[in-house]
Design a protein around this ligand. Structure first.
Ligand SMILES: [Zn+2]
Length: 209
């Protein structure tokens, strides 16, 4: 499972809570995160910037201070709120991991933190009230697929006009992978998998150059 917020300490979860300003029980529409190292905020997912400004009341982002909103490929809006600085412009295409701003306490905030909110709709009012639990959404739609298996290594590599397989054959030595692995180990090449660089290394050792 992807740890989306590994660079952060979560200070408030999504869901019902006592409003920090009024004390009234109210839904917290995002999660609050405090960056543990530098304060640059990086986009969690790619998309297009649809809002990058100080949020006035009535925009759908009122109270959130400096906001960057990025619409993802599914049409949902990722809102990065209370930023001290905004580093992107409306219309810009953003890759995951790109710096979009700096954590801050603009708007109604009790201290420096990122309010990260995901809205399933992006209009009207930038999808106000269509918020959803961020982790569940990210895990459902953006969890990285496991990397494809690496292709099998080539059996040999030509170095100075000869491959390790041909060289071993020429000196009448068993050139099977298992035997090459043994010869490699005897020559100090550990974890031989038949990569090009290992084959070259082995040839150099065996041929003395
Ligand atoms: Zn919040």
């Amino acid at each position: 499972m992807v740890n989306w917020f590994k660079d952060y300490r979560q200070t408030s979860a999504y869901g019902m809570r006592k409003d920090p300003f009024t004390g009234v029980l109210r839904k917290h529409t995002g999660i609050d995160l405090v960056k543990t190292n530098n304060k640059n905020i990086l986009a969690f997912v790619p998309g297009t910037v649809t809002f990058a400004n100080f949020a006035q009341n009535g925009t759908g982002f009122g109270g959130f201070g400096n906001v960057v909103a990025i619409r993802d490929s599914r049409g949902a809006l990722h809102c990065y709120c209370h930023l001290a600085l905004i580093r992107v412009k409306t219309g810009q295409t953003i890759q995951a991991g790109e710096i979009i701003g700096v954590e801050g306490a603009t708007g109604q905030a009790t201290g420096s933190h990122l309010h990260y909110e995901i809205r399933l709709k992006s209009s009207p009012n930038f999808g106000l009230s269509s918020d959803t639990e961020p982790r569940a959404y990210l895990n459902k739609h953006f969890a990285a697929p496991s990397p494809p298996p690496s292709p099998p290594s080539p059996p040999s590599t030509v170095y100075r006009g000869i491959s390790i397989v041909d060289y071993l054959k020429s000196i009448r030595v068993d050139s099977s992978f298992a035997n090459r692995k043994k010869i490699a180990a005897a020559n100090g090449i550990v974890n031989y998998t038949g990569t090009a660089s290992q084959n070259t290394q082995l040839l150099r050792k065996l041929r003395g150059f």
